[in-house]
Each structure stands twice: as structure tokens, then as C-alpha cells.
Ligand binder design. Structure first.
Ligand SMILES: CC(C)(COP(=O)(O)OP(=O)(O)OC[C@H]1O[C@@H](n2cnc3c(N)ncnc32)[C@H](O)[C@@H]1OP(=O)(O)O)[C@@H](O)C(=O)NCCC(=O)NCCSC(=O)C[C@@H](O)CCCCCCCCCCCCC(=O)O
Length: 719
């Protein structure tokens, strides 16, 4: 829908009307076509302004239409009709002009933006390219290097940057539509020849081939296996080397390939999943729309290790006053320096003053007496955390929310240490906490909806994809990760090397394979957790093999590596070797290979050939199977929650949509069949035994991922 009015006597004003973001649905496209025709045929009208209602210009093509048969006028002829108009057309950009929204503005002769507006061509993040002429017009307007940057990254630019780049002609702090109408009056009757971007030659950089080669290498490096960034480079190359009409043909051709690709489906699924997880619901029925968050003005962080430092920075950067507590004086000084440095660097990037005075430091827990929320981030030790929670209960004012940043421990046990367990939730941050985009908000049976709502809102304010999940060991992310890692250890026992496993996973699209990742994170972290869970203790004395724990297969390989003092990068060796402690470049390690050979010999294991497919199936399907168990247990409300956790917190390649979406793409029947196959081969590995939800989904015809909730609901109602 688009509304047409006449303002200031001679300006036709077209207002896009499609809340919430004025996406270019079929009705909006039809509305634009009709109102442009009206404006151009009205002899009283000398110029035209296009704007969007409710303070947003346009969020682009309507992504919801992509999965269906498309109706309505196509975008390209619509943009050409605007560009070819003999009356000046001015885009009045407030809020956002993204994707097709910016392409619409590029079809106009002039662009006026509000100073707070954001502009961009984020199609690449949806597995697409700007295919309404954007890949051909933008390089003609701002040059090839800048257009390549914007189109291949999809990043949004501020109005100030857009002005500097030449995307917009004017920036205003005042009413954008008024400014655009005023501007439209001044340009009425002027020649438009130079204003039609498609008729301009594309500026030619000096070494075109080298520039595109470098751009191609860059996208291939940063988006392993993603096809859209590559197509974006090819489209911009067409703009630089072909006449506009032929470039447009190339754009269309490339888009046709992307449009129906699995990667585009995956990326668009994740776009909507990221939004869907904000609409959380607890098993009690309490939900985002019925639970009001509490206002938080002052927060405290207890424990200033790496995690506590990052959390302090994240809270301070959203404008809270933060009391940072660390009992060890030396660590407190070190943390203060690190936090100040992070705040200063962050402020410099954003061109603002560092909010150093919003953080106060103390060694005394009494300093948290007047805060609204505490995040405990001490060492991952239940005894220590229980002690802190007891102290907090004695010190904090009534109603203070108590959050624990545990990555796996039972938050409900901690809640039991307080007189008000309803005020306790888990806030599982990922390191570095001020950078990583994921937050698991963990609720126990006694957590109040208000406590969950408050933690979820805080996560959103910190710019994090926040997912509400139930309480269990490892919650969602680490519970699934455990089984992925376990399979990797088993594969080493059976004949694989860390290099082979990592290669397979990196080829799949993970930024790092499981072994490289564990070297980076430090092997001692998992070792400590296994020790505290009693798993690491050898029980050979009782006659039971060290390769069996609780009656199931167990691999002590990682424990044995740790016993050698090999904790990964920090000690200079782990699954790989490094030049020195703290080294970053992983090299294949002959010691490790010889250790594996001796280990296999000692346990009578015969190494066999293992290929990439087996690595992927064993590691990923074991993890996916656990994902189904998590859904079955009601720990996650839907597959979107699991997928968002994996994409934003665990490096799952975004263009594969998350583990549960991936399973649906592979085919649930195939996942089931492979799990049955591997479980048959390894009956002592329960994680390979297909869970009943997976079987039930297959039995009900493998519905698409957005329909799984119906099957889960039925399953729960029968339990
Ligand atoms: C705009 C935002 C920045 C706003 O953010 P905010 O935080 O305020 O709000 P939310 O993000 O929560 O969003 C609110 C609400 O709106 C929904 N929504 C947002 N954007 C869209 C959209 N573009 N379409 C539909 N719905 C949208 C969002 O989902 C929320 O609702 P929900 O119910 O989920 O809570 C922010 O929203 C944002 O960043 N939006 C996305 C911006 C974007 O990526 N735009 C690009 C879209 S793609 C595009 O524009 C493509 C064009 O270049 C060209 C298209 C040409 C198509 C031609 C097709 C030819 C195909 C040929 C193939 C032939 C094949 C064959 O042979 O058959």
C-alpha cells in the first residue's frame, strides 16, 4: 500500500504503508506503481517525494513472500519508471533504507536522510544479492571498492557515512519529509540527466583484475562455503565491466541461482528465528507478552576473571552503573586496567567518551547492597558459587535479581541457597562477553517470569541474541557440544587424527574444528569439569576398563593429554603444537600422533580409514540427536532456539541455518537411518541411539522445521 497526497501545491508525496518496516510486498509495489503514475500525470505536480510511514523508509523486499509464488509488479521496471520520470523524485529516508528499500532510493534522483537513519544492502546476509538494480547502481554512484565493501558485507552505514560516500545528497536533524519537500521544491524543473544513476559510467579503478581477485579471496576466506558473497563480487564486477543493461542481466542470472538455494533458505530461516526467540514461553505458560521486566539501573558483577570483565563492559556500555567485585587485590587491579582499556577502545570506535566513571570497584561484597541485579561470574565451582549466593542473599536489598554466569552447573541448586529462588536465573555469557552475540537465559522450576523477562530484556539491550532455556547440565549449547566433542574423541581412538576431524568440520563451515577450538579455549577447562563430575577418575582397579564410565563408552584421551600438561595454545601444545606458549599457529604434532598410536595399541584398537563424511555424520548427528532430546525434555521451546544458540554462540555456519534446520535439510529419515547405523556399530554409545521425537517426526512424514512444535506439543501432551 502507498498513499498519495499533494503538499506545498506542487509536490506529490508518496507514503509507503506496510507496518512494521514498510517492506515491499506485492501490495506496496502495486501502490508505488499506481501513485507514481498519478504523480507523473498530474500537471500541477512538479516534483515527487517518496517516504515511509511511522519513521521508517523501507526494510526492503518482503522476505515473507520469498517462499511463495510471487505476485504483483516486479521491482526493476518499477525503479526504472521512477528513474526515467521527467519530474525529480526525492527519497526521504528516516529509520532504515535497507535492501530493496535502498535500491528504491537509488532509483530516485535525490536522497535526503535523517541523521539517525541507517542504510545498507544486507541481502548477502539473507543468501541473496541486491537484485533490484542495486548491484549495478551502487558501484556507479560510489565507486567499486566502496560498493564491494557494502554489498559483500551487508553492513549498515550511518547517514553521516552515507553522505561521505555519496549515497545521500543531504542529511537533516529535522523532519525528513519536510526537508525533502523543501528540497523537491528547489529542484523542480531542473535537468535530471546527471541524476539517473543507471545512465552513468561506472568509475574504473586502476587495477580492476587485482581488486576483484582480492575481493574474491576475502569473501572466500571469511565465509567458508557461502555462495552469496561470491555472487555479490561477480555482480559488482559486471557493473564495472558491462553496460548497465547487460550488468542487470548478470544480476538477474546470479540472483536466480541464489534465490532458490538451500543457503538462502537457511539464512532467511535464521533471520526469522532470531526474532522468534524473543517471543519466549516457559513450560508454565508464562511468556514474553505477559511478563513485565523490572527496571534495572544499577548492577553488580562478582568475580573479575575474563568473563566477569567482559560482562562488566557489556553492562556499562548500555548505560548501567556497575559495581565490580573481586576479592583478590592483585586480580582486582588487573581487571580494572583491562575493563578500562576495553571501555576506552569501545568508546573510541563509537566516537564517544569512555564511561569509566560508571564502574566502581570493590573487594567487599557489601558494596552490592543497593544494586537491582547481580551477575555472579566466579570460578566454575559449585561450592564457591553456593557460598557467594549465600552472601548475596544476606547483603542485597529485597527484590534484587541474582543471576549466575555458569556454563553448565545446576542453577536451581544455587537458587536453593537463597530465600527467594524466584529471583534467580542463569545468564550464560560466551567469552569474550562484551563481544559474543549469544546469551542463554536459564530458568529453573522456581524462576519467576519477571526474572526471565528482565534477563531477556537486558540481553537484548546488550545487543545479544538472547534465548530462554530450561535448566539441565550444560543447558542447550554445552549439553549438545559435549556429544559432538565425545564423538571427536571416539574418532581419534578409531583411527582419525585431529587434523582430519578439524578439516572435515572446517570444510563444513565451522571457523575452527573441534580440536583447534579446544586448543584455543584451553583443554584444562573441560578436564576440570570432568573431574568435578567424577568422570575422569580411572577405575581400572575395580577391573573396569578406563574406556568405560557408568556402563557407557568413555574416551580418556583428553584427560591423558591434560595429564601431560598440554592445555592447548596457552601451554604451547595440546592437540597441536605451537611455536611457544600463547602461539596461535597450530602445527601437526608428531608427539600426538605417536601418543595416539601407542594409546590404540595399549587398548587393542586397530586404526581404520575414516573419511570426512563419517566425521560429519558422527559429530553432527550425535549433537542433533541430543537437540531432539532437548526438545523432547522441553528444555528448549522449539528448534529455532537451538539453532540461534548454535549460530550465535558456537560458530555453526549461518548459511547452514543451525543444527536442527540442517537436519531438516538433510532429511530427518536420513539422519535417523545414519544414527541407527552408527548406534548398531557402537551400541555402548547411548548418544547415537535415535531419540523418540526424531522417530516420531519421521513417522509423521518429516514435517518442515516450522511445524515441529505441533509434534512436540502432541508428544508432551501424551507424557
Ligand atoms: C528493518 C530492520 C532494521 C528493523 O529492525 P527492528 O529491530 O526495528 O525490527 P525487527 O527486526 O524486529 O523487525 C520487525 C518485524 O518486521 C519483520 N521484517 C523486517 N524486515 C522485513 C522484510 N524485509 N520483510 C519481511 N518482514 C520483515 C521482522 O521479521 C519482524 O517481524 P517478526 O514477526 O519476525 O518479529 C530489520 O527488521 C531488518 O534488518 N530487516 C531486514 C532488512 C533486509 O535484510 N532487507 C533486505 C531484504 S531482501 C531484498 O530487499 C531483496 C532485493 O534486493 C531485491 C529483491 C528482488 C526480488 C526478485 C526476485 C526474483 C527472483 C528470481 C528467481 C527466479 C527463480 C526461478 O527461476 O523461479
Amino acid at each position: 500500500m502507498a498513499q498519495y497526497t499533494r503538499v506545498s501545491g506542487i509536490v506529490g508525496l508518496i507514503t509507503l504503508q506496510n507496518p512494521p518496516v514498510n517492506a515491499l510486498s506485492a501490495a506496496v509495489r502495486q501502490g508505488i506503481v499506481d501513485t507514481v503514475k498519478t504523480a507523473l500525470s498530474d500537471p500541477q505536480v512538479k516534483s515527487v517525494v517518496i517516504c515511509g510511514q511511522n519513521g521508517i523508509f523501507c526494510g526492503g523486499a518482503d522476505i515473507k513472500e520469498f517462499g511463495e509464488k510471487m505476485f504483483g509488479p516486479p521491482l526493476i521496471p518499477m525503479m526504472h519508471a521512477i528513474e526515467a520520470a521527467d519530474k525529480p523524485v526525492v527519497a526521504a529516508i528516516e529509520g532504515s533504507a535497507l535492501g530493496g528499500g535502498l535500491e528504491l532510493a537509488l532509483g530516485c534522483h535525490y536522497r535526503i536522510a535523517h541523521s539517525k537513519a541507517r542504510l545498507g544492502l544486507p541481502e548477502v546476509t539473507l543468501g541473496l544479492l541486491p537484485a533490484a538494480g542495486g548491484s549495478q547502481r551502487l558501484p556507479r554512484l560510489i565507486g567499486v571498492p566502496a560498493a564491494l565493501d557494502l554489498i559483500t558485507t551487508g553492513r549498515h552505514v550511518t547517514a553521516a557515512e552515507a553522505l561521505q560516500l555519496g549515497i545521500v545528497d543531504q542529511v537533516t536533524d529535522h523532519n525528513t519529509v519536510d526537508a525533502a519537500v523543501k528540497f523537491a521544491l528547489t529542484v523542480a524543473g531542473q535537468s535530471l540527466d546527471a541524476r539517473r544513476i543507471s545512465t552513468r559510467p561506472c568509475p574504473q579503478p586502476s587495477d580492476l583484475d587485482a581488486l576483484f581477485e582480492e575481493a574474491m579471496q576475502k569473501v572466500r576466506r571469511s565465509a567458508r562455503g557461502a555462495i552469496a558473497p561470491v555472487a555479490c563480487v561477480q555482480a559488482v564486477r559486471a557493473a564495472a565491466t558491462l553496460p548497465y543493461a547487460l550488468g542487470l542481466e548478470r544480476e538477474k542470472e546470479l540472483m536466480a541461482t541464489l534465490f532458490t538455494s538451500g543457503q538462502a533458505r537457511a539464512l532467511q530461516y535464521i533471520f526469522f528465528a532470531q526474532r522468534a526467540v524473543g517471543r519466549w514461553r516457559m513450560p508454565s505458560g508464562a511468556s514474553w507478552d505477559t511478563s513485565k521486566p523490572r527496571p534495572i539501573n544499577k548492577a553488580a558483577v562478582i568475580g573479575l576473571g575474563t568473563m566477569g570483565q567482559g560482562i562488566t563492559v557489556a553492562l556499562t556500555q548500555i548505560g548501567l552503573s556497575v559495581v565490580a567485585i573481586e576479592t583478590q587485590e592483585k586480580q582486582l587491579m588487573k581487571a580494572k586496567q583491562a575493563i578500562s582499556g576495553m571501555l576506552e577502545r569501545g568508546a573510541k570506535r563509537r566516537g564517544v567518551a569512555p564511561p569509566l566513571d560508571r564502574v566502581s570497584y570493590s573487594q567487599n561484597i557489601q558494596a552490592v547492597a543497593d544494586v537491582d541485579l547481580v551477575i555472579e561470574a566466579v570460578f566454575e565451582d559449585m561450592g564457591l558459587k553456593m557460598e557467594v549466593f549465600q552472601q548475596l542473599s544476606a547483603v542485597c536489598k529485597p527484590g534484587t535479581l541474582l543471576c549466575t554466569n555458569t556454563s553448565a552447573l545446576d542453577m536451581d541448586q544455587l537458587a536453593s541457597e537463597t530465600p527467594n529462588p524466584e529471583l534467580v536465573v542463569g545468564m550464560h555469557f560466551f567469552s569474550p562477553a562484551h563481544v559474543m552475540k549469544l546469551l542463554e537465559v536459564v530458568y529453573g522450576p522456581r524462576s519467576s517470569p519477571q526474572a526471565v523477562a528482565t534477563a531477556m530484556q537486558l540481553g537484548k539491550k546488550m545487543g545479544k541474541a538472547s534465548v530462554a532455556v530450561g535448566n539441565c547440565t550444560g543447558f542447550v549449547g554445552n549439553r549438545m557440544l559435549k556429544l559432538y566433542t565425545e564423538q571427536a574423541f571416539f574418532l581419534l581412538e578409531e583411527g582419525a587424527t585431529p587434523e582430519l576431524v578439524d578439516e572435515a568440520l572446517e570444510e563444513f563451515g565451522f571457523p575452527m574444528g573441534v580440536f583447534r577450538m579446544s586448543d584455543l579455549a584451553g583443554l584444562d577447562v573441560g578436564w576440570r569439569i570432568r573431574k568435578s563430575a567424577g568422570l575422569e577418575e580411572p577405575i581400572e582397579a575395580s577391573g573396569q576398563s578406563v574406556r568405560i564410565r557408568n556402563g557407557c563408552r568413555y574416551s580418556p584421551i583428553a584427560d591423558l593429554i591434560c595429564e601431560q600438561g598440554r592445555f592447548g595454545q596457552k601451554t604451547g601444545s595440546g592437540w597441536y603444537q605451537y611455536d611457544a606458549p600463547g602461539g596461535r599457529v597450530a602445527r601437526s604434532d608428531p608427539w600426538l600422533h605417536s601418543f595416539l598410536a601407542k594409546y590404540r595399541a595399549r587398548h587393542g584398537l586397530v586404526a581404520r580409514g575414516i573419511d570426512h563424511q563419517e566425521v560429519l555424520e558422527r559429530c553432527l548427528y550425535a549433537m542433533i540427536n541430543e537437540g531432539f532430546r532437548i526438545l523432547e525434555d522441553g528444555i528448549a521451546a522449539g528448534p529455532e532456539d537451538i539453532d540461534v544458540i548454535y549460530v550465535f554462540g558456537y560458530g555453526w555456519p549461518r548459511h547452514r541455518g543451525g543444527p536442527m534446520f540442517y537436519a531438516s535439510m538433510v532429511g530427518l529419515a536420513k539422519v535417523l537411518e545414519r544414527l541407527e547405523h552408527y548406534h548398531h556399530a557402537h551400541p555402548d554409545v547411548p548418544s547415537l541411539q535415535p531419540c523418540s521425537l526424531l522417530k516420531r517426526l519421521v513417522a509423521s512424514g518429516s514435517p518442515p522445521v516450522h511445524r515441529w512444535r505441533e509434534v512436540i506439543k502432541k508428544l508432551h501432551s501424551q507424557l
